[in-house]
Design a protein around this ligand. Structure first.
Ligand code: XLS
Ligand code: MG
Length: 347
């Protein structure tokens, strides 16, 4: 029997968030990065994810040399804590130069800013000992169709990816698609788009993807199918598990919170494809509810991992033989009920 996968877990500092949303201010007092790192360790997670400015705050005010020096100091803190850096992601959606999008901005100076900032993020990844750069593109202007030329935007995207690939021969780019929010549309909404654009770059082997459950659901897709698709190509290099109640705003709920069966099928897809065998991490891109009190601030992370582990057990104890017999009979009603009763457990 194949050895069972032991999963490694991570989250980012932004996943211990303070509760602000577009309609209300924070409900919890912000904590320092060191406090968050301590909590990650106490919870027994293995790695942390970083936006470039989580790693080097106020990054735009610093020179490349300063950025490297600060990243080195952070690397030492991570080593002392026994925590790995899973990835670095340039935050391309806060700075005034990214108001009209990042790589696809209509202003050449702004496109240059986005690329330069991404190259610094690659440098940080290098210092932190990871070769994974995650690209969530966030916004491409206001999506007034006449404001941009779609074809030219795709060409700009490929040029930007090429610059990152050329900057460092070891860096791997994991595109994190999302179909909407903060905008109503996005140029790379699904894994299919991410993997297709990878083919146009100078080194397709180093361009893969990251699936976030909620983002797939927002695209009207089943995240389990996205996992199978990406893994068929050997391209699923990271994973943001969370949950989402239908086609609404991005909710980043705890894993399994809205739809346990969809969560179960994601875990089954990970198991059948051997996710983690090449060192990939299971990351939870989840947020505490706005109503969460400070004393319960980490529950969503611990709960997501707990649900994940329970679902791994459920996936491993699902009676495949019996399921296949129902498939052979085309008795999908029985198969459906079998899955439900398996998740419900013993009465
Ligand atoms: C937002 C994204 C973000 C990325 C990293 O929806 O999920 O958190 O994971 O930039
Ligand atoms: Mg994410």
């Amino acid at each position: 029997m194949a050895k069972q996968q032991q999963y490694k877990f991570c989250f980012g500092p932004w996943n211990i968030s303070e509760g602000q949303d577009p309609y209300g201010p924070p409900t919890r007092i912000p904590q320092s990065f060191d406090w968050k790192l301590d909590q990650l360790k106490k919870l027994g997670f293995d790695a942390m994810m970083f936006h470039d400015d989580d790693a080097v705050p106020d990054i735009d005010a610093k020179s490349a040399a300063q950025i490297t020096a600060e990243a080195k100091a952070l690397k030492k803190r991570l080593n002392d804590a026994g925590v790995k850096a899973e990835m670095v992601a340039p935050r391309l959606w806060f700075h005034p130069s990214t108001v009209d999008g990042a790589y696809t901005s209509n202003d050449a100076k702004c496109r240059k800013y986005a690329i330069e900032r991404s190259l610094r993020a690659v440098d940080i990844a290098n210092v932190l000992g990871t070769n994974l750069l995650v690209l969530w593109l966030a916004r491409e202007g206001s999506y007034i169709r006449e404001s941009k030329n779609g074809r030219r935007s795709f060409e700009f995207l490929v040029q930007a990816l090429d610059k990152m690939l050329a900057h460092d021969s070891r860096i791997r780019l994991a595109i994190e698609p999302k179909p909407n929010e903060p905008m109503d549309q996005a140029y790379i909404p699904t894994i299919g788009h991410a993997l297709a654009i990878a083919q146009l770059t100078r080194d397709p082997k180093r361009v893969g993807c990251l699936i976030e459950s909620a983002h797939a659901i927002l695209a009207g897709l089943d995240p389990a199918d996205e996992i199978d698709f990406a893994m068929l190509f050997g391209k699923l290099w990271s994973l943001h598990l969370n949950d989402q109640n239908g086609l609404k705003f991005d909710q980043d709920k705890p894993f399994g919170s809205a739809n346990l069966r969809v969560a179960f099928n994601q875990v089954r897809a990970l198991e059948r494809n051997g996710y983690g065998r090449r060192g990939e991490y299971v990351c939870f891109d989840v947020h505490p509810f706005r109503t969460t009190k400070e004393e319960h601030w980490l529950a969503h992370l611990d709960n997501s991992r707990r649900t994940f582990q329970r679902l791994v057990e459920k996936a491993r104890t699902f009676d495949e033989k019996k399921a296949q017999a129902f498939v052979a009979q085309r008795d999908y009603a029985a198969l459906d009920q079998m899955a439900i009763e398996h998740l419900l457990g013993a009465a």
